[in-house]
Unconditional design. Structure first.
Length: 302
């Protein structure tokens, strides 16, 4: 399905997530760049023979700006807003596929008007769990269609078409997404491991220079920098390894689901299969993030 084939709420949540992810990444990147520039200028002062007050002033300004940006991130919670919108997006996608495949209450109504009402009520029910996101959602887009023509078209399609469409556009699409994520974090793991080795080698070289009284100032700076780099590398190694293992496990689960779908031969079996599959798919992405008691969360998806 194309982006515009999903409900308006899905589109709004997706756009909001991308917007706030952009804010977070831009501010974070700017803060890090300012810190790096401050370090570079600090290293330059060992060779600078002019008025150091000007240089110290520049370094102070950069550190102050970096601190302000860090405080902005802390106060605005852009990363949390983006994550909540991604969770909301995943929930809307799950309900959309349930609607298309006639899962649960969506299989009890033949009248299009009644179906739209039931779907809109379910969407609003989910949205209530994210009331804090109200100001971040775009009112103009929310006025668009909640039930799109493509959703109704797929709902009325034949059993074989829906079965193959679900296999390709839901399960296979997710599998390819997680496979790319696995490769991405595997590459990041290797790069951080290489960075760790190089940092420790340079740290040993710096220690050797200090023993030999060669460029003591630069050796101390290099040693400190490499130690910090090693610590960061260890943290990133663990993070990327955990993410890689998570995506590998999820990919294997999707492979099993894909194989199980081949055994589905009846339309009623397909609805039950989709119901169970969407619970599995939604669980790590959206299901557990919805506020409220467990029973209320289950009512949203069952």
């Amino acid at each position: 399905m194309d982006f515009n084939d999903f409900p308006n709420y899905f589109q709004v949540a997706t756009n909001a997530a991308l917007k706030y992810q952009g804010y977070y990444k831009t501010i974070k990147r700017s803060a890090v760049i300012l810190l790096i520039l401050a370090v570079v200028i600090t290293m330059y002062t060992f060779q600078y023979t002019g008025d150091l007050n000007v240089v110290y002033g520049i370094i102070g300004i950069m550190l102050t700006l970096s601190l302000i940006l860090a405080l902005v991130l802390q106060s605005k919670n852009y990363d949390q807003i983006a994550q909540n919108n991604l969770s909301l997006k995943a929930s809307f996608k799950t309900v959309t596929w349930q609607f298309i495949m006639g899962v649960g209450e969506f299989g009890m109504h033949a009248n299009t008007s009644e179906l739209k009402t039931v779907f809109e009520n379910r969407i609003k029910h989910i949205s209530k769990g994210f009331d804090e996101l109200g100001p971040q959602l775009e009112p103009a887009m929310l006025k668009q269609q909640t039930v799109t023509p493509k959703m109704l078209e797929l709902r009325e399609a034949s059993f074989e078409f829906k079965k193959n469409y679900y296999a390709q556009n839901r399960i296979r699409s997710l599998y390819e997404h997680y496979f790319k994520k696995t490769v991405e974090h595997h590459q990041k793991y290797k790069l951080w491991f290489l960075n760790l080795i190089m940092a420790q080698v340079f740290a040993l070289i710096s220690i050797s220079f200090l023993f030999l009284n060669i460029s003591e100032n630069w050796s101390i700076i290099a040693l400190t920098t490499m130690i910090v780099s090693s610590i960061v590398s260890w943290l990133e190694l663990q993070s990327n390894l955990e993410k890689k293992q998570h995506y590998i496990l999820t990919s294997k689960e999707l492979e099993i689901i894909q194989q199980a779908l081949e055994d589905v031969v009846l339309e009623s079996e397909l609805a039950d299969f989709v119901k169970d599959t969407e619970k599995i798919i939604s669980n790590p992405n959206a299901f557990w993030l919805i506020p409220g008691p467990v029973r209320d969360r289950q009512e949203i998806f069952i």
